[in-house]
Write a protein that binds this ligand. Sequence first.
Ligand code: GLN
Length: 422
Amino acid sequence: MSDDIFITEERIEGAEDGPLAGKTVAVKDNISTDGVRTTCGSRMLEDYVPPYDATVVSRLKDAGATIVGKANMDEFGMGTTTETSYFGETDNPAAPGHVPGGSSGGSAAAVAAGEADLALGSDTGGSVRCPAAFCGVVGIKPTYGLVSRYGLIAYGNSLEQIGPFGETVEDAAQLLDVIAGSDDRDATTRSEGDDANYADAATGDVDGLSIGVPTELLEGADEGVVETFWEALDELEERGATYHEVSLPSVEHAVEAYYVIAMSEASSNLARFDGVRYGHSGGYDGNWNETFARAREEGFGDEVKRRVLLGTYALSAGYHDKYYKKAQDARAWVKQDFDEALSEADVLASPTMPVPPFELGESLDDPLQLYLADANTVPVNLADLPAISVPAGETDGLPVGLQLVGPAFGEERLIRAASALA
Ligand code: GLN
């Protein structure tokens, strides 16, 4: 099993003691590890060995964790199935023959298969929550600015956060305790997590909790998924929570806005991979334009090329206002809607993914279908908010995740509520 979970299997021992002593951790392969290959699931970085650790990796080491490998992922984080990895697909340990979700599929699969106690992923538009849901484990997408992105190879900087996976909410919260908090090397971090104690918040106490259910996030979802979702909400109700419907009218534009912003940021971030300073080189033959073009032609896969092309188009003169600026306006609207809904409820609940895991190979030819599967996760990144995916049950033997969304830096509230379920 581990063959398809890890791109690089290398044990990196942390400090002798610390809160994670004795724990094994899998690290997504877009998070830099000093002296250990970090590929982003791409041929472009097949041989890239970073000369430094990401801040989260230094914190893991200081906390006594043992890193057991670099986990497989969709190329540069672009995908929902881990099938766009240059190194091949990863099977889903909780539903063999199905995708583990993406883009942090290897990380979630490592925890689900028992290959690691904990794992780190990154979530630009759902890449921690989707694989958590598909593999039947817990995943947290922190508030933007809670966790340092220093050493995370960027896909969409304004959207993404590194987040933890665990088998239980308490496990994931314990890892969040180690990685959260301000960092001089990432000016977008904030100090809210510096003294937080997330693991202690995993009490499972939902007495009096008011849950808002955004009706828009149930529309178009698979029937079995919705049924499992309501069963989980009933369980929370039995423990003292209440729920009512709320509305997020702007989320019908969220997938479009997300993809315009994510692709635009990607096109600018990936420009550094030219085969000269970084990455795969097809060799120099006297013409720099052709040299760059060849490095990218050979180094990037189809999904990455599609996004760089579309993102470059959206940012180009004449189209910038029509696409990029409009997407930013939609983003502001989505944020406003969440603020309003969260003034009417403590947390918001929905299925994490509107569908159960696809069969391996099933979705490869239909990028649009995959983009639409992000409908419930991408709005949260547009709004910079925290969210957690926790196992809600199964439909036809396939795992279903429940997503809870909270106010900015409301991770403790999410952990308290989600720990009633796992
Ligand atoms: N599926 C989304 C995308 O392809 C999310 C990716 C992510 O969160 N890294 O962009």
